[in-house]
Design a protein around this ligand. Structure first.
Ligand SMILES: Nc1ncnc2c1ncn2[C@@H]1O[C@H](COP(=O)(O)OP(=O)(O)OP(=O)(O)O)[C@@H](O)[C@H]1O
Ligand SMILES: O=c1[nH]c(=O)c2[nH+]cn([C@@H]3O[C@H](COP(=O)(O)O)[C@@H](O)[C@H]3O)c2[nH]1
Ligand SMILES: NC(=O)CC[C@H](N)C(=O)O
Ligand SMILES: [Mg+2]
Length: 520
């Protein structure tokens, strides 16, 4: 969106760091609107946005190489406040007349910096002669400052850990303030946007809502939009936002691929229809999905098939309403970063989220994804802002590929039915114990492993069910939920007694990383 329609903003120039989105998030937390632009299109974004300040991200390249990306000259000459982070610092120093050396040994992970001088970034936070924990990830280092800069903090591996040029309002640091392992990092970024850029910090989710509504109107025009609605918070928020923007040009489509949880289809459809007057089509596509999944055991193959089949169903439904130009999804940032790199940078594919990496190459409809930059907890705030009932806002996430990625090996209707029963018991016990809201996500997994048991003096030879429950704020990292043994034993007993086909229950103790939340 152009400057006339934007609040005061910060432009984040992305040099390909894994954590650039976290910079945007911290800036939003400081109450300031920001946009990320890959370095190649940063100049155009700069002209369009007319931001009040610039943040330069980290990145995997080296400024000592010819091919290393550079800060666009127009940005460098703009006279605006700038903050360089890691690669951003190195690029600033090199382009402004300092020196950077390719290192043979860097600093990775926790480091401590010594504060040597006062600096506006440290206001109310850090004082001379103190030492503070930060998070480093660099091989190269600045060896000579550009004219006009003074050092204000150092670490053993980075003599110029933080540098300042107060006259030009340019600051730079070797460490990453945007990650939680730099405990005071968000405050440093807040000091930059508030006290260096002079922004008041009055931007809120209410503003985000307004900006996005204008963006959706500009993108969609008088076209028709189909929105994949799952009952999850992301698609519910996307649907409400789009409905607010374009009203009856929107039709929602809920797909039941036979891989949903117990009673979920009926629940979602009646809840949504009960609360909203937005057209909702309920498609029963169980045969299509389950037939296509027959014989498929590879996790990525499952995900790709499901992603493509969702699109087939959306396109068929679009035809029935006389065609649609756009497909809306509640895609969030973690879906994107795990599937593909945000700006074509170097991050690797962990798993193809069905709505991003699982999409077919050719699509007839263009995507509308208003939540693509947000994290789940931010979407929940936006949902409340839009008046979405708590029953949607507080729901545990449930992945589009559903039970298919919780049944390692072949997915059949019979195995889905078994898993549905076990999962329902587990969730019921969690609700009864009052633990639902303390847990980010909880579910059962049906393993392709059979073990021997004894029930009523009979020998059994049945499947193993694994229970998973994690805590998290954004799904990017997660910890296991520490149930007490009595609770787990109660759930295990109920599942084994009540679900035919399962004779053993185990609990998954793996955090993320190294595990992922889903098993596939
Ligand atoms: N059963 C479904 N029918 C239609 N669209 C779906 C379905 N499942 C997923 N989608 C689409 O895929 C997107 C991504 O799914 P995802 O599970 O990440 O989000 P969500 O279901 O909206 O929220 P949550 O993460 O809380 O479950 C959804 O926002 C929605 O647009
Ligand atoms: O809509 C989705 N489509 C997918 O393909 C998908 N894969 C994982 N997830 C959800 O994302 C979060 C992180 O999961 P992982 O740690 O397994 O990657 C967890 O909340 C998962 O449930 C998905 N959601
Ligand atoms: N995280 C970064 O930005 C790293 C910058 C540069 N690639 C280095 O190794 O120093
Ligand atoms: Mg979901």
């Amino acid at each position: 969106m152009d400057a006339a329609h934007l609040p005061d903003s910060i432009l984040i120039v992305d040099f390909g760091s894994q954590v650039t989105q976290l910079i945007a998030r911290r800036v939003r937390e400081a109450g300031v609107y920001s946009e990320i632009a890959p370095f190649g299109s940063a100049e155009a974004a700069f002209q369009r946005m007319q931001p009040k300040g610039i943040i330069l991200s980290g990145g995997p390249a080296s400024v000592t190489e010819e091919s290393g990306p550079r800060i666009p000259q127009a940005i460098l000459d703009s006279g605006l406040p700038m903050l360089g982070i890691c690669y951003g610092q190195q690029a600033l120093m090199q382009q402004l007349g300092g020196e950077v050396q390719a290192g043979d040994a860097g600093e990775f992970g926790r480091a401590f910096i010594a504060i040597e001088d006062t600096c506006v970034l440290f206001n109310g936070l850090w004082h001379k002669e103190e030492s503070h924990q930060v998070w480093m990830s660099h091989g190269d280092k600045v060896t000579r400052l550009a004219p006009g800069f003074r050092p204000v903090a150092s670490s053993p591996g980075a003599p110029f850990a933080v540098v300042a040029d107060d006259e030009r309002r340019i600051y730079a640091m070797q460490f990453h303030p945007e990650v939680v392992h730099t405990p005071d990092g968000s405050k440093l970024l807040k000091n930059f946007v508030r006290h260096v850029c002079g922004l008041s910090g009055d931007w809120t989710m209410a503003e985000f809502r307004k900006t996005k509504i204008e963006e959706i109107r500009a993108q969609v025009g008088d076209g028709k939009v189909i929105c994949g609605l799952s009952g999850g918070v992301d698609s519910a928020v996307a649907a409400l936002l789009i409905h607010e923007a374009i009203g009856d040009q929107l039709t929602c489509v809920f797909v039941d691929g036979g891989i949903l949880r117990m009673g979920e289809a009926e629940q979602v459809v009646s809840l949504f229809r009960g609360h909203y007057n937005i057209p909702l089509v309920h498609v029963d596509a169980a045969t299509l999905f389950l037939n296509g999944l027959a014989g498929v055991t590879d996790p990525e193959a499952k995900r790709k098939f499901i992603g493509k089949t969702f699109i087939d169903v959306f396109e068929a439904e679009a035809k029935k309403i006389g065609g649609a130009d756009f497909l809306a999804q509640g895609t969030l940032y973690p879906d994107v970063i795990e599937s593909v790199s945000f700006t074509g940078g170097p991050s690797v594919t962990i798993k193809s989220h069905h709505n991003v990496g699982g999409l077919p190459e050719r699509m007839n409809m263009k995507l509308v994804e208003p939540l693509r930059e947000l994290f789940k907890d931010e979407v929940r705030v936006l949902g409340r802002e839009l008046g979405l009932p708590e029953i949607f806002v507080g729901r545990h996430p449930f992945p589009g590929p559903g039970l298919a990625i919780r049944i390692p090996g072949e997915v059949t209707k019979e195995r889905c039915d078994i898993l549905r029963k076990a999962d329902a018991i587990y969730l019921e016990e969690i609700r009864n114990a009052g633990l639902y809201d303390a847990i980010w996500q909880a579910f059962a997994v049906l393993l392709p492993v059979k073990t021997v048991g004894v029930m009523g003096d009979h020998r059994t030879y049945d499947s193993v069910c694994a229970l998973r429950a994690v805590t998290s704020t954004d799904g990017m990292t997660a910890d296991i939920y520490p149930f007490d043994a009595a609770f787990l034993s109660r759930v295990a007993t109920r599942i084994i007694n009540e679900v035919k086909g399962i004779n053993r229950v185990v609990y998954d103790f793996t955090s993320k990383p190294p595990g992922t939340i889903e098993w596939e």
